[in-house]
Design a protein around this ligand. Structure first.
Ligand SMILES: Cc1ncc(COP(=O)(O)O)c(C=O)c1O
Length: 439
């Protein structure tokens, strides 16, 4: 039998939970088990977004696309079709060749999304592996790693690990209050010389803030360094044209744009001087860069998701941005004492990071169990710590702890936004009122 702890969500009861009536025994049950009326799917169909009943848990308004997006129907169909056939993409017989053809098609679909050549795509288990592969290969012959204080841990921790015995070989670029990297800071970091790689993310996972990559890549190249971008949050959500932006290496993850989890890719620009340094040795798959039998089902799902995202991109950007703006303005106007984090001019269309002053995010989220959104803190280790991104932008610990990230995507609807507005307003007011009560 499972103990309640086995199903306990990551939040821990705090003073605010108790003030809201949740005890150590029931705090995790109350909100998460409550039945909610199903959200109508009709407007999604009217908008042309066919989302099956299974995609979204009825009763849950899902606004956590930066964590993972619901799988696109096209991706599910493609992955299932691959699962229903047998074949190792490395086998020479007909079923092997069939599997290899499916992988080739997916590679072409991912390459089309980025406007690069299929031969420049290495499939991986996700963006974490792609980031590791890029940084470790570039650094394998020594040199300095330059990255920023607001990167995802998949870059930050890799960079720290690579330079653990030579801490001077890691240079972290600061960001301003809007979360933007300053090119002068990069020039200063490059001026010390011997730089192996500059790695700067395309879109921030917590705030959605975008980086203007072209001038930064140009500066890195002028100093003889490779330029990598973790584009996990941008690919499939905004156009990314690799013929226009001169990055050498780019990481992506399929599950952020409606593909399966556990599949990603590293783009390696043809002709760059990347030292050969795979992480996984074995067979010669992926031109020796990533040994192991290919995940044909996952890869074909990723390809189909890339094609679907590509087809609907222009319309999706405008639609999702409108929904995000609606959510954001309603919350700010009706709740007051809020702050939107990150540049309003350079942001992913579906993301808003909002600090609700006086309302700790864990309590707010607990009080609105019908909405899936995220805290602005990093809890993956089980020990909540304030968001390093928000702290790097100059926010206080209290502000970081009172921040909620809503992230919308291809299947988000007006009904989702209306539900999220109503629930968030109720929850923030409830938490603020509870905290105002002296104990
Ligand atoms: C910016 C960024 N980089 C890397 C990752 C890791 O991606 P994956 O889950 O594919 O390992 C994420 C996932 O949240 C992310 O947001």
């Amino acid at each position: 039998m499972h103990s309640p702890n086995a199903r306990k969500p990551r939040l821990r009861p705090t003073r605010i939970h108790r003030q809201l009536g949740f005890t150590v025994d029931n705090w995790w049950k109350l909100p998460h088990r409550r039945e909610q009326p199903p959200v109508a799917q009709t407007d999604q169909r009217e908008a042309g977004w066919i989302v099956t009943e299974r995609t979204l848990d009825s009763g849950l308004t899902y606004l956590d696309y930066n964590a993972t997006a619901p799988m696109r129907p096209e991706a599910r169909e493609a992955a299932l079709a691959s699962m229903e056939t047998v074949g190792n993409a490395s086998s020479a017989h007909r079923s092997g060749r069939d599997a290899a053809q499916r992988v080739d098609e997916a590679r072409r679909q991912v390459a089309d999304l980025l406007n690069c050549s299929p031969g420049e795509i290495i499939f991986t288990s996700g963006a974490t592996e792609a980031n590791n592969l890029a940084l470790r290969a570039a650094h394998s012959v020594g040199g300095t790693v330059i990255t920023s204080t607001v990167e995802h841990p998949a870059v930050l921790e890799t960079a720290k690990n690579l330079t653990a015995t030579t801490p001077d070989a890691l240079r972290l670029l600061a960001v301003d209050a809007d979360g933007l990297v300053d090119i002068d800071g990069l020039h200063a970091a490059l001026s010390a010389g011997d730089v192996a790689i500059v790695s700067l993310m395309a879109g921030n996972n917590e705030t959605g803030v975008l980086t203007d990559l072209a001038p930064l890549a140009e500066a890195a190249h002028a100093a003889g360094a490779l330029f990598h971008t973790d584009a996990t949050q941008m690919v499939g959500r905004l156009p990314f044209d690799l013929a226009e932006v001169d990055v050498d290496l780019l990481s992506l993850s399929a599950h952020k744009f409606g593909g399966p989890q556990g599949v990603g890719a590293l783009f390696v620009r043809r002709g760059i001087a990347l030292p050969y340094h795979p992480l996984i040795f074995g067979g010669g798959q992926e031109r020796g860069w990533r040994a192991g039998t290919l995940n044909v089902a996952g890869i074909t799902g990723a390809g189909a998701a890339a094609a679907a995202a590509h087809r609907g991109l222009a319309e999706e950007i405008a639609r999702v941005a409108r929904l995000r703006d609606l959510l954001e303005s309603a919350l700010v106007e009706q709740l007051g004492d809020c702050r939107i984090n990150g540049s309003l001019d350079y942001r992913l269309p579906g993301v808003t990071s909002i600090t609700f002053h006086g309302a700790p995010a864990d309590a707010v989220l607990t009080a609105m169990p019908d909405v899936a959104a995220s805290e602005g803190s990093a809890c993956s280790s089980g020990a909540p710590s304030p968001s390093h991104v928000l702290l790097a932008m100059g926010r206080s610990r209290e502000e970081a702890d009172s921040t909620v990230r809503f992230s919308l995507g291809y299947a988000s609807t007006r009904a989702d936004v209306d539900q999220a507005i109503a629930s968030t307003i109720r929850a923030v007011r409830q938490v603020r009122a509870a905290l105002a009560i002296p104990i």
